[in-house]
Design a protein around this ligand. Sequence first.
Ligand code: CP
Length: 332
Amino acid sequence: MAFATTDLTTQTARWTRKDLLGLRELSAEEIRGILQTAGSFREISLRPIKKVPVLRGKTVVNLFFEASTRTRTSFELAAKRLSADIVNIAPQHSSLSKGETVLDTVRNLEALKVDILVIRHAAAGVPHLIAQHATSSVINAGDGAHEHPTQALLDLFTIQEKKGRIEGLNVSIIGDIAHSRVARSNIWGLTKLGAHVTVCGPPTLIPPQIERLGHVAGGAGVAVTHDLSSAIHGADVLMLLRIQHERQEAMLIPSLREFRLRYGITRERLEAAKPDILIMHPGPVNRGVELDSSVADGPFSVILDQVTNGLAVRMAVLYLVSGAPKVDEEEG
Ligand code: CP
């Protein structure tokens, strides 16, 4: 497939946002536009020279207050493949560790004329706060248990790639829903694009009123079950989530062994699944807890395809926000 420059021009013209903060605020049309743009960029990673000059002269800053392997690395590679300059800031080695506030840090980065800030933070809403004060574009790389929009976009991209559609599919999200920003962003994205979403886990890990999330998004509601067999039965996609110990104030399950017994995906349990089921996981995977190695590495798993597609999706997001009118351009 050739690099579809005309498609990219059309998508840039349609994209009007300075920032990408979450899927809740995006329309189905905007989500489809990002996925189409990512389709154009995916081809670049298959070339012998994996670089295009579309962000030459732009500077991207990765500001990650929480650990990351996939998201931080793929944003860095995405920026490099678009010929942008990229700076990685580790808060523990910056003046944040001396008491400088996040907003002062951002003001200082902006004084250095950066263009895009990619932010991950343990507190929900930090990227939104920064976006209100920054003239640079802000991309949310995960804020607390709130949203992880680029993860959901790469999940949508992978489902579309493997199934040829999203509308009408049955997607079950299983595990620690309460503390998962991936679950929230996926619920917004999947319901807006017409999928039927079921969440499954122990009652302590399912937040109250979760059924209404899809309705708020203007899509169908979300079904809830605490029974794993019901979540597997008829599902086209199983999206597994790890138990997020770092976001739990109290132990909400008796033990990991107990969780595995009731909710772990084993090869035996998959015998009741559709023959073309997709097994997805955003990573990091806790093998032997939410899913066994035989499933994580098995024929239905698309876990590493998700990672590969994350690069194309993040290239698309960097490209789109970089072309959006900034406040002073709009006013000028
Ligand atoms: N899925 C995800 O966000 O992985 P990382 O924490 O490694 O970025």
